[in-house]
Design a protein around this ligand. Sequence first.
Ligand SMILES: *[C@@H]1O[C@H](CO)[C@@H](O)[C@H](O)[C@H]1NC(C)=O
Length: 167
Amino acid sequence: MVSRGFIFGLMSLHLMMGCSGGNEMCKASIGGRRGACPPTWIQWGGKCYKAITEPLTWWEAKDECIKMGSVLVVPQSQEETEFLLQLQQSHFWINCNDLQEEGTWKCENDEVEFRNWSTGPENPQPDNWDGEHCAEVWVHQEGKWNDAHCDLQRPAICIQPAPQLHF
Ligand SMILES: *[C@@H]1O[C@H](CO)[C@@H](O)[C@H](O)[C@H]1NC(C)=O
């Protein structure tokens, strides 16, 4: 008699073989992972997010996201900001800078122009204190933005579109 374990083994082998080589239909059929983000990425809306907890300079953070096939995040709404705040414990880099022209802030890959600089009464941001040209999100201030020295080491969050599967 053939054991149950053997049959299971055969079935999983069949699944594995049938699903090698990046067959999207097949990937989608396993465990209902249709449109799911890659492992270790977290889905929110139509996007996948990954927190880099290791502190990096702004440039390193940008590169690290690109290496993973993604880009450094730019919050596009307060709702997205609230989601991002759950991914990091401390201030994190975002994809905005005024490196080209002091005071002219540019955010890469932004679909809408969302900005939420900290408006603290003593210290409204960005204040370019001692030449700050890269933007970070302050977790302790409900996601308000601050300008910081690009060379400082901060965690970051990367973003990429969630896979779109076509049948
Ligand atoms: C900016 O952040 C605050 C939280 O600190 C939030 O209440 C507000 O809605 C945000 N502004 C915009 C334009 O979303």
